[in-house]
Design a protein around this ligand. Sequence first.
Ligand SMILES: Cc1ncc(COP(=O)(O)O)c(C=O)c1O
Length: 508
Amino acid sequence: MTMHSATLAINETIRARRAAGEKVLHLGFGEAGLPVPDDIAAVLSSAAGRNAYGPVVGEEAARAAAAGWFTRRGVATGPEQVLFGPGSKALLFALLAALPGDVVLPCPAWVSYAAQAALVGKRVVDVPVPAAAGGVPDPALLEDALAAARADGARPGVLILTVPDNPTGTVAHEADVRAVCAIAERHGLVVISDEIYAEVLHPSPAADGVAKVPHPSPATDGAAEALTADHLASHDATEVLPANLTSHDATEVLPANLASHDATEVLPANLTSDSAAEVPQSPSAAGGAVAPRRAPSPVHHLPERTIVTSGLSKSMALGGWRIGFARVPAGAWGARLMRDLTGVASEIWSSLAAPMQAAAAHILADPPEVRAYIDAARRLHGTVARAVHAEFTAAGAHCRAPEAGFYLYPDFEPLRPVLAGRSVTTGAELAGALLAEHGVGVLAGAAFGDAPEGLRARVATSLLYGDTADERWAALRSPDPLSLPWIEASLTHLREALTALTAPTRDH
Ligand SMILES: Cc1ncc(COP(=O)(O)O)c(C=O)c1O
């Protein structure tokens, strides 16, 4: 039987320990940790009367909004290519149920892919990720791994990529995405591109004074190519912005809460300056691609065989609202897949809750206050993830620098001798010692398919923003969130825990 998902399980364990009065630093769960803006709550509440079952694929308005959302991001999409579901997790499951063949995964990979594959009777072929960034199999290893899997009786049919990635918090390089797509094409694999973190790329610390490069509308001249090739290849700090969005007035684009919680308080510099400039005036006025830099996507390299999944759990911190959507390719193959997915959906969830579809239609139209909220969140995620990264590297762990989302994947291998002196020789023992002896909850790498003996763990940083909505708003609005007492205290807790864990024992 499938086990309780490791991420949900640790969330419950830590909550129980906290309820029992223990001081536990919750770095175990990938919840965005931000409050719901008033205007978004109002959209949901005004749709509360919509109690009829809706179309399985999603309501027309929501599908049209999602199609526009993709199109503004350089991926021309029609409403008929979009399927809504209760979270992208459910959609991923429907895809694995509908698509033939075994599943090829980067290693490490998000916990649920392998568990879902097992539920539908598929084997998993794990391929290590490149050293630079996670979310894709190392192209240098993929071909051989496919051959070995075939020799072992597997029938690889589906390749899942996570761009940007959970658990590593990094963004695969464009060249690696292109290379694995070429291999997928040669081997007849379908690609599922899990892009749930695509809206949560961190602005680089230098991006406050970032160059803004106008580019033309994808609808007219294939800006998707320009976006991927020119702006994404090095995924540096260069952000792209339609020319018509650069002069927008900051005061018009604040989420109601950001402005109203404390009207007299000045806005964080990072909300008044460049985030405002990145916000489309309105979806229709924008008419082009949506602003900040974008992660590479296989949809540009293997358009006819790539399914994209996404949702509002991470960018809008609406995990509990369970809004997910998938985009199937245009054309006959995509239409057949949509029919199959609709069949699965019709027998499991019937349709996304109707009030949630109203919320989705609103948010996916990219209104300015939504863009401002997402931009503020991206900054907060980046700032806190970088601070936590600094604690792990200062303690001597190896760790890729965070680029998106709210995750880190430290490797304590350089500290193996000292950890062995404390009887910590596996990832599970590392996570166990951190929780039991130092009140720090992380998830061992084995939950992500990594080798059990690897001294690696997934660290989620987003629950540090605060325990209450007020604290979380304050974190989102603060020009210096690291100086907020509760975030500062958490970083101190982590520093002390890592210092104690890695202090030489008598034998060393
Ligand atoms: C990589 C990845 N994909 C998918 C999901 C599922 O998100 P949801 O079902 O809330 O859309 C998550 C959630 O943690 C995730 O990290």
